[in-house]
Design a protein around this ligand. Structure first.
Ligand code: KIV
Length: 297
C-alpha cells in the first residue's frame, strides 16, 4: 500500500486522534474492522484500517455461539491480547462483554482495565442513557470509551431479536438524545448499528464525536464491518448491510478438499515436503536407494 497523506496522520492512532475525525470538519472517513487474533490484526493493520475492534461478535463468528451473550471478560482479554501482540498501528478497541459493565462502577472499571492491560487502547460498551454512569466511571479511570447504540446485540433478549432500531420518530429522537448524552459523558466515538440512514445522519449531525456505522447508511463519520463478513468466511449469517470482498470460506473448503484428495491418492507429501537422511547415514543404516541424493537435505 502506498503512503498517502492520510497514512501519515493516521499512525500511531489514539482515541484523542480518532475523536477529532469528524467528516463535517474535513476529516477522512474512519475505517474500523473486527479482528480476534494476531493474523487478523496483521491483515487489518497492513490494509491501513484506523481501528481494530476486538468485538464480542467473537462469540458468534469464532466461538460458534448463536449470540454474543456467552463471552466473558477473560475471553475478550485473551483475544485482545492476541490482536495487540501483532503490534498494529491501528487503535485496538476491546469490547466489554455482556454483564461486565451492568452491575457496579468498580467492577466495570476493573473489567475495562483488564482489556487495557491485555493491550486495548480503548474499550467499547453497548447502550445509551442507562449506561452513562459506567461510561463516566471508565472515563474517570482514564480509559477511552466508545459507545454503541441502535441495535445492541447484547440486548437481543429484551429487543426480541436482531432488529433494526430507530424506525419510529420517538425511536429516532431517543437515539439522538442517547448519542448526545454519551458524547457528553466522554465517549470518544459512537457505533450506530442497524438504524435508518436518515436517523444516522441526524445523530452524526448532533454530536461532535465521530459516528461509526454498521448497517446505518453512508452518512456516518466512519464504517465498521465484521472481519468474517468482509472476507466471506461466515456462511451462516449474511447481514443485509455487510459486503463481501472475498470468499475465504469457499476458498478454505476448496483448499482443504484438495489437501484431503492429495493425501488420499498419495500425492502429499512429495519429496520437496519431506526430510531425508544424508546418503552417508542412509548407507550406514543399510537404506540403499532410500531417496535420490539430489533431494537430500
Ligand atoms: O462485536 C462486534 O463485532 C461489534 C460490531 C458489530 C460493531 O460490536
Amino acid at each position: 500500500m502506498g503512503s498517502t497523506g492520510a497514512d501519515a496522520c493516521r499512525r500511531p492512532l489514539t482515541a484523542p486522534v480518532i475523536r477529532d475525525r469528524k467528516v463535517a470538519n474535513g476529516a477522512d472517513r474512519l475505517v474500523m474492522v473486527t479482528a480476534y487474533d494476531a493474523p487478523g490484526s496483521r491483515a487489518a493493520d497492513a490494509a491501513g484500517v484506523d481501528m481494530i475492534l476486538v468485538g464480542d461478535s467473537l462469540a458468534m463468528v469464532v466461538l460458534g455461539y448463536d449470540d454474543t451473550l456467552q463471552v466473558t471478560v477473560a475471553d475478550m482479554a485473551h483475544h485482545t491480547a492476541a490482536v495487540a501482540r501483532a503490534r498494529p498501528s491501528a487503535l485496538v478497541v476491546g469490547d466489554l462483554p455482556w454483564m461486565s459493565y451492568h452491575v457496579d462502577r468498580a467492577e466495570t472499571v476493573r473489567n475495562a482495565a483488564a482489556l487495557v492491560r491485555a493491550g486495548a487502547g480503548a474499550v467499547k460498551l453497548e447502550g445509551g442513557r442507562k449506561r452513562l454512569a459506567m461510561v463516566e466511571a471508565i472515563v474517570d479511570a482514564e480509559i477511552p470509551v466508545m459507545g454503541h447504540i441502535g441495535l445492541t446485540p447484547q440486548s437481543v433478549r429484551s429487543l426480541g431479536g436482531f432488529k433494526v432500531q430507530g424506525r419510529t420518530s420517538e425511536g429516532a429522537v431517543q437515539l439522538v438524545s442517547a448519542a448526545k448524552a454519551l458524547a457528553h459523558a466522554g465517549a470518544f466515538a459512537i457505533v450506530l448499528e442497524a438504524i435508518p440512514d436518515e436517523v444516522a445522519r441526524m445523530v452524526t449531525d448532533a454530536v461532535d464525536v465521530p459516528t461509526i456505522g454498521i448497517g446505518a447508511g453512508p452518512h456516518c463519520d466512519g464504517q465498521v464491518l465484521v472481519y468474517h463478513d468482509v472476507l466471506g468466511i461466515e456462511e451462516r449469517i449474511r447481514p443485509k448491510f455487510s459486503r463481501r470482498y472475498a470468499e475465504q470460506g469457499a476458498d478454505a473448503t476448496d483448499a482443504l478438499s484438495r489437501f484431503a484428495a492429495d493425501v488420499r491418492r498419495g500425492a502429499f507429501p512429495g519429496p520437496e515436503e519431506t526430510y531425508h537422511l544424508s546418503a552417508e547415514v542412509a548407507e550406514t543404516l543399510g537404506l540403499y536407494g532410500a531417496a535420490p541424493s539430489a533431494e537430500r537435505i
